[in-house]
Each structure stands twice: as C-alpha cells, then as structure tokens.
Design a binder for this molecule. Structure first.
Ligand code: ZN
Ligand code: ZN
Ligand code: FE
Length: 751
C-alpha cells in the first residue's frame, strides 16, 4: 500500500552528507518526494510502499552517514500527494539557530580506496576527503560552514571537483574541503636551514620515507598540528629525538600501519581494536606484550604503549617501503601549545628536527590527539580533543554560561540550544603562550556557536589563571569547588541526579577551608556537597616543587608518622643530609601548606619504596608505582579512621618496615594499592550506613590508575554499591568544566 511519511531527523545532520544519503536510499526503496535541511534538522517528504518506508526509516535511524549523529527521528503520516520523482532541495538557513559542526575524523574507506587505485585521479593524493571524512573543526574560521569561510577558501575547485560538489548522488556533494591534485593543497619538504629540498606530493613523500628509514627526524604537519616523527624501530633516532627535545623519559606515542602490526607489540582486545580502527582514531594506551621488541627509550619504565592508527591520507602514505611503526609525538616545546603554523613551527622546531614535511592547507584551530585507555569494560578518554570535539553533549541549561575550567589540562564549556559543548584540551595554563591559546579557543568556540555568556563559572582557586580570566570577564563569577566539579562531571555523564557518595582522588584542588584537598569523600548532589571524609592534612613544603620532588612529600609523611628521633634517623638513612635539612624546614613549617591530596600520598609511597624521588613529567611517580605492582597479592597495610579523618601513618610505617626487610618492591606497591582500595570500600560502607546512599561516583586524576579503578569498582560492586565512573569525559581535570557548568546553572537558578 502506498503511504506518505513526513520525516524529521535531528542531530549532527548538516555538512555530513545526509541529503545524498537520503537521496540514494530513497532510490533504493523506490520512494518519491523530496529532502532538505536547515539547522533544526533534515526534513524528508517521502511516498512509497509502506514496507519500504519503514525500511527507509530504519536505515536513517540505524545506519546514518558516519559523521552524522542522529539524536531523534520522528515522522507523521500525510495524505498521499502523488510525487513523480525524488529531489534534493536547497538547504535553508535560519537566523539565530546554531549549526552543529562535526569533529575532524579519519579518512573513510572509500577515500582510502581512491588513493590506492592507480586509475583514480586521486591516486596517492594526501588531501583526499569527502563528506564522510576529513578536516572540519580545524579548518573552520567562521560560520556558516562554507568553503570560503574555511582555510580551503584559497583553493578554487577545478571543474571535476566542482561537478562532484554539485552532484547530490556523489559522496563529495557539498564536501567543503573537497580537493584533488589539480586544485588542492600540496606537500613540500624544507630542511632545518630553511631550504626547500622537495616539492610535489609523491617526491616529498618518497623523500620523507627514505630519510625516516635512515634515522632522520621530521616535523610532519597533520590535521590538527605538527608531530615529531622518526622510525620507532630505530633506537638511535629515538635517543637523538630525546636529546634534542630534552625530554628525558616522558613516553612517546607511536603511529602504526595497522592493528595486525601493532598486535606484535601490544595486547589488543576486541573493543580496543574497534576503537583503534574507528573513525575517531585516538591514541590508545595499550598493555605491552611481555616480549616487547621496540626500543625501551620509547616509553621508559612503562608497561604500556600509546598507539594510534593513521588518520589522514598523508599518514597512510607514509607507511610504505618497509616503514610500519613511527614515533608520532606532539610537536611542541615542552609545556607550550602544539605547533600548527608553518612559519612558527619552523622557528621553534628547527633545532629539533632534520626536516619539515609541510603542506599549504592552513590549520585554523589546532587540536591535540585524543588519548584513551580501555579499563574495566570501557574505553575511557584521558584527553578529549581531535575526533571528539566539538561533539555536543545533550543537556538542557537555560542561561548561557561559560565554565572557564581548571588550570591544568584545561578544557572549558559553553551551552546552547540544549547542548553543552566541552572544548578541546588546552594544556596547562602555566605560560603566556598557553593562556593566549586558551583565550583564543574560547573566542573561537563561542563564535562558531554564536555564543555570548551571561554568567561565568570559575574554580574557587584564586590563583588559577582560568579563574583570573573568569574574573576579568565577570565582576561576579559563579564559584565552584574543584572536587565537587569532578564528581558532578561523573554524575552528569551517568545521568545521576540524586545524592551520591562522591569519591574524588586527585593531585590538587582548592577546598572550602582554603586548604588543598584531593582525597575527598563527598556526600554530593549536583548543586551542593558535604565533605564526609578525607586524608589527614600533611605539610606540603615548597609549593609546586614538592609535586616535582616526591621525596619532599615522603619526608613530610615520615615526620607525621614517626617520633622525632626515629624520623630524623629514617630520613637521613633514605635521603641523606639534604633530607635531614628538609625535615627541619618542614618541622618549622617554613613555606608549608596543608594538603590532603591522594596524588601526593601516591608520590610519597613511590619515593619511600625507592622508585622515584624526582619526576620529569606529571604523574610519573604514580605511574611507575602502578607499573611495579606484583599481581596476585591480597595483603594490605593497616590504617586508622578517626572521625572524618583517614590516617596514613600506619601505612607509611608498614612501607618503611617492608623496605627495611627487603620485601620485593612489587609486593610493597601491591600492598599500598590494596590499602587505598580498602579505604575506599570501608569509608563508603560507613557512609552508606550513616546516609543510606548506595550510589558511589568515582572521579579525579588518581583514578586513571588501572589497578586502583578496576579494584575499587569490583570491591564496591561486590559490596552492593552502584558504581559510576567516567568514560566520555576525562576523570582528570579535563572533565572539570562539565561539572562546573552544570553546578553553576543550578546555583544561578536558586539565587
Ligand atoms: Zn572519505
Ligand atoms: Zn580538483
Ligand atoms: Fe582535579
């Protein structure tokens, strides 16, 4: 029977090939009518056999184009009209409504086939893309999303490309970055002295592969910025890169030809494989195989490797002639933002690389590679950036709020029309360059979503650069506590809107008493919280220096755990004269602040066990402590809970005793971890008894520890808790902005 459906599909449906997709399916199901779209969604008026109409609907819901994100499909039946054809109508633009923008995603299989096919006009062309793949967010200068408002504006489409662009049945229909060798961007190679040594895509690529094989170091311009690149099998090249970059032991990420190559080095389960090969292509932190044959210098002291698959045609074309695994680490001078501009990259990287593989498609907004890890059944984002941003998060907030984010691993958030947009990772706001980069990204995200904030949400920490910026923007910003924001971020992601036991284990965070918190058990709703338990305050000597030098925390903990004479003897034995001097300083509370951070307790433990007294990158001590854990150990150290204070003195004494007795480091590390897990369980049970709350939400950077997170979830679930953790947004400070914006909206509305 012939029927007529009027269908509406909402979500990311513009600029992602939705109309050609609808057109082709309408042909497939012999439907007549039309399709068009505006910023509210795609509208389809379709007439045909009833069965076909339902199959058509099902395809739209279940198998939409890869870059689209269909939030809702609705339809109503109309009187049959007697259409004779199916047509694509021009898209409409409405004033005042935003257009959702797709993140930059990896090359699709059709485009890959194009570049592999010798007869195709895009054979070997490194900038091949279509509506299903390629650059988006990184090339958009302003809206509406049209070619002339992107960095592709300077390339005029050739007649062949224009034909594709105008053909509704073509997968390059309205693909704004559409290009081919005749009309699009090209590669060239510059040496470190600034000489152009190669031009042309093929020659540049062949030269690059050849030099990489000879151990040379390159800066490769990619999608969101530059990578530093060398052959990951070449230990000398890696050593040279470390020397030149002055990066002692922070792990390098690799890019690998394919999953089967990667599986020679790492264990990969099905979900990990799916993530690696999926369209977003994050760096995935994988467990190494026990026989690991790549140079140890890639990621010293680790049992994991960060790896990703190629995500642009340029990357694919590097993996030829015997190259199958490359170091691909963000090209920046330590702690400065990622390089993305040809001239600036040349100036700052010429002392590090031998050559630059440049191209002439500008990157307007730089974006780092996203980083994720599979833990306890889920792939969890650690850094949310390329491939994920600016995906919207469905959450209705009425007032326009800019949540300014934390100081470290900054992201910020804005809201509009029922969505929250959490920004890309902006880095640590510790230098002018990064702060300017952050401010530019706030302006850009606001402009592409036509967003003007009415309220500003900031962290309570008065010295955060982000807070200071928020105070510049507003006389009366809404202040949110750091650890509350962590837990709310987790609650929102899991759709929880009732009180939970929130456990925020973190490196830092300004507390309601002006001290630094970080081992928090909160009784917590989205709007308010009560602090229910935490570690005892320990003096943190020397501010940030004690973060870089975990031995300082270890000495504080020894002082706190032993009688004076024993403490002095122990410190002298472990840390020598310098340690004793430091102990005196701490005893006299010179330049000390109170701190109860769980991150610092992990640092102290790592130092006491003898793993590391000084770190070279954030979290290193804790990461190496976790890497040492000996499996199968169930013992733990004693500890005390007095009122709402958890006392770690007995843990410290236990570690010192074990170390004196030359107990295996792996066993001490396991016992330490088991103790923290036991604290989580015991305190949660005590709070459940008192409060009658059975939901536990875990967040904070310390929960990036795989052993800790997995065991906490298991133990809490065994004890009957409903446990909530994060995966879409990082549990580290990269997730803070989401919590800030939601809590701020509730505080504003109750004013
Ligand atoms: Zn494609
Ligand atoms: Zn062309
Ligand atoms: Fe934090």
């Amino acid at each position: 029977m012939i029927k007529r459906f009027f269908i509406k599909a909402e979500g990311i449906v513009q600029g992602v090939g939705f109309r050609p997709f609808v057109y082709n399916n309408a042909m497939e199901y012999s439907l007549k009518g039309w399709v068009n779209n505006n910023s509210q969604g795609v509208f389809i008026d379709a007439e045909g056999e009833e069965d076909n109409l339902y199959s058509f609907l099902n395809t739209i819901e279940k198998n939409p184009p890869p870059l689209s994100k269909v939030d809702a499909v609705s339809y109503k039946e109309l009187e049959v009209n007697g259409f004779s054809t199916f047509t694509i109508r021009e898209s409409e633009r409405e004033e005042g409504r935003i257009t959702l923008i797709s993140p930059d995603v990896s090359t699709c299989s059709d485009c890959l086939n194009d570049i592999k096919d010798e007869k195709n006009r895009r054979y070997g062309y490194p900038f091949t893309n279509c509506t299903n793949c390629g650059p988006r967010f990184t090339i958009i200068k302003s809206i509406p999303y049209d070619r002339d408002k992107t960095t592709m504006g300077k390339f005029k489409m050739c007649p062949d490309c224009l034909d594709e662009y105008k053909d509704p049945t073509n997968r390059r229909f309205h693909a704004q970055p559409n290009a081919c060798p005749d009309c699009g961007p090209h590669l060239f190679v510059i040496d470190k002295d600034g000489n152009k040594v190669k031009t042309g895509d093929n020659d540049s690529l062949a030269f690059t592969r050849d030099m990489l094989k000879q151990g040379k170091i390159f800066a490769v311009k990619g999608l969101g910025g530059f990578h530093l690149c060398c052959d990951a099998k070449n230990g000398d090249a890696i050593k040279e890169l470390r020397n030149r970059k002055r990066r002692e032991d922070k792990p390098f990420a690799v890019m690998v030809k394919d999953v089967s190559t990667l599986s020679e080095y790492c264990q990969i389960n099905d979900i990990e494989k799916e993530t690696l090969e999926g369209i977003r292509k994050p760096i995935l932190i994988l467990k190494r195989k026990s026989r690991f044959s790549l140079p140890e210098d890639l990621a010293p002291g680790q049992t994991t490797l960060g790896a990703m698959l190629p995500y642009t045609p340029l990357h694919y074309l590097l993996f030829k002639d015997g190259l199958d695994i490359l170091v691909m680490t963000s090209a920046n001078i330590s702690s400065l933002p990622l390089e993305y501009d040809n001239d600036k990259a040349f100036e700052s990287l010429k002392g590090i690389v031998d050559y630059f593989l440049f191209h002439d498609r500008d990157i307007h907004i730089s974006i780092d590679d996203s980083v994720a890890r599979y833990l306890h059944g889920k792939v969890r984002l650690i850094r949310r950036a390329r491939g994920y941003v600016p995906d919207p998060y469905n959450f209705e907030i009425k007032e326009p709020i800019l949540a300014i984010g934390p100081n470290m691993k900054n992201t910020f958030a804005i809201n509009k029309e029922g969505y929250i947009f959490v920004s890309q990772f902006n880095g640590d706001l510790e230098n002018l360059e990064t702060i300017n980069h952050y401010k530019r990204n706030i302006k850009h995200l606001s402009s592409i979503f036509s967003f003007t904030p009415k309220y500003i949400a900031v962290d309570y920490h008065p010295n955060y650069e982000s807070t200071k910026y928020g105070e510049e923007l507003s006389d009366n910003p809404v202040k949110i506590y750091h650890h509350h924001a962590h837990i709310v971020s987790c609650m929102v992601e899991n759709g929880i809107d009732e009180n939970v036991i929130g456990i925020s284990f973190d490196g830092t965070g300004y507390g309601a008493d002006g001290k630094i918190w970080g081992s928090e058990f909160l009784i917590c709703g989205r709007k308010n919280f009560d602090r229910a338990a935490h570690l005892e305050y320990i003096p943190l000597q020397g501010g940030d220096r004690s973060v870089i030098e975990p031995c300082r925390m270890a000495i504080s903990y020894i002082m706190n755990s032993l009688p004076d004479d024993e403490a002095y003897e122990k410190v002298k034995q472990l840390y020598g004269k310098k340690g004793s001097a430091l102990l005196t300083i701490i005893k006299n509370r010179i330049n000390c602040s109170d701190n109860c951070s769980m991150g610092r307790l992990f640092d102290a433990a790592a130092s006491l066990i003898g793993i590391r007294d000084i770190i070279n990158y954030e979290g290193q001590a804790a990461i190496e402590l976790e890497a040492k854990i000996k499996p199968g150990i169930s013992e733990l150290y004693p500890y005390k809970i007095e009122g709402d204070v958890i006392k770690a003195a007995d843990i410290i004494k236990g570690i010192l005793r074990d170390r004196e007795n030359l107990v295996d480091i792996g066993i001490i590390s396991a016992k330490f971890h088991n103790t923290i897990i036991d604290i989580v369980l015991k305190v949660s049970c005590l709070l459940r008894e008192k409060q009658g709350i059975n939901k536990a939400a875990l967040s904070g950077g310390v929960f990036q520890n795989a052993y800790l997170l997995s065991n906490c979830i298991d133990k809490l679930e065994e004890a009957g808790f409903e446990v909530f953790t994060q995966s879409l947004f990082p549990s580290n400070d990269g997730g803070i902005a989401l919590g800030q914006i939601v809590t701020a909206s509730l505080l504003i509305n109750s004013k």
